[in-house]
Ligand binder design. Structure first.
Ligand code: NAP
Length: 285
């Protein structure tokens, strides 16, 4: 029940109506009897500055940030944690002693989802398809986890080069920019992260890599997309024998990580499992 003492959290984005974050956070709050409520704040164009002042002014305890504000929001924060700063994107804000502190839980969420299915990135040769905001979180996560080699392919090669440079500014790992058409010649890239919107509903027939030879030596394929649950990319990989993972786990675990940051708690495995099942049901309704 909402009371005079209820802590308020929210989502900042444009649009926000489709988001599952209110469902996840209010479900977690109820499951853990936390005195909080989470709502979606539709922040329209040119209103970000007002929205950020509003967070402080109204003592909103924390917020998630989604498209298109993950980068722009940084200039309104008092502190940004090191990994979020390196990635260059913030998806979680916490009000701490009246200061707005920014975090990135996307990379943490993806890492937790990978660990759940026992995927280890250490010393692995990895391909990242795409070089946008999500790819930056993936690339930094791979380097943080001790990847052996990181190859990046992207429609705009200059953006792939920027991502390789960003990774190498922070980690001593071998990186490479590779044109899409050269991938069929490669059998050393054993884990692939698909981070572009290619294959997302309603364009589910699309795939960044149609070359079937590429999938033959792939051991693990991850697609950040969660609608559809199995993209064309993941289907090709699964049929060629790879372990596959869609973006649902990442989405759920980035929320868990934000919740734990805000409430300064550790959510037990039983609650996580029950809430994940309820989340899956809600997503596939
Ligand atoms: P972004 O910053 O806009 O980057 C998009 C990337 O995809 C860029 O590398 C872009 O290439 C490439 N791209 C876009 N359209 C393309 C096309 N038609 N053909 C070839 N390449 C194309 O977006 P983002 O924030 O990284 O998000 C990317 C995807 O990740 C989205 O589908 C999003 O839903 C998903 N995501 C999922 C989660 C999760 O929790 N599961 C979290 C974050 C993001 P250029 O450099 O050439 O423009």
């Amino acid at each position: 029940m909402i009371k005079g003492t209820t802590d308020v959290y929210g989502l900042i984005g444009d649009p926000v109506g489709h988001s599952f974050s209110p469902f996840i956070h209010n479900m977690l709050a109820e499951a853990l009897s936390e005195n909080m409520a989470y709502v979606a704040f539709h922040v329209k164009e040119n209103q970000l500055e007002h929205a950020m002042a509003g967070l402080k002014g109204l003592s909103i305890k924390g917020a998630n940030v989604t498209v298109p504000y993950k980068v722009d929001v940084i200039s309104y924060l008092d502190y940004v944690d090191d990994m979020a700063k390196a990635i260059g994107a913030v998806n979680t804000i916490k009000l701490d002693n009246n200061e707005l502190v920014g975090y990135n839980t996307d990379w943490i969420g993806l890492l937790k989802a990978l660990k759940e299915i026992k995927i280890n990135l250490r010393d692995k040769s990895i391909l990242i398809i795409g070089a946008g905001g999500a790819a930056r979180a993936v690339g930094m996560m791979c380097a943080h986890e001790g990847a052996g080699h990181i190859a990046i392919t992207n429609r705009t090669q200059a953006n792939a080069e920027k991502l390789a440079k960003l990774i190498n500014r922070h980690y001593d790992v071998s990186t490479e920019v590779i044109p899409l058409e050269d991938l069929k010649e490669r059998n050393d890239l054993v884990i692939a992260f698909q981070t572009t919107p290619i294959g997302m509903y309603p364009h589910s027939a699309n795939n960044p890599i149609y070359e079937t030879k590429f999938y033959e030596t792939l051991e693990v394929a991850v697609d950040l997309i969660y609608n559809p649950l199995e993209t064309h990319f993941l289907r090709e990989a699964r049929e060629a024998g790879a372990i596959t993972m869609n973006g649902m786990g990442m989405l759920f675990h980035q929320a868990i990580a934000a919740f734990e940051l805000w409430r300064e708690c550790t959510i037990d495995d039983g609650t996580k499992k029950r809430c994940y099942q309820a989340f899956l049901q809600q997503m596939t309704k």
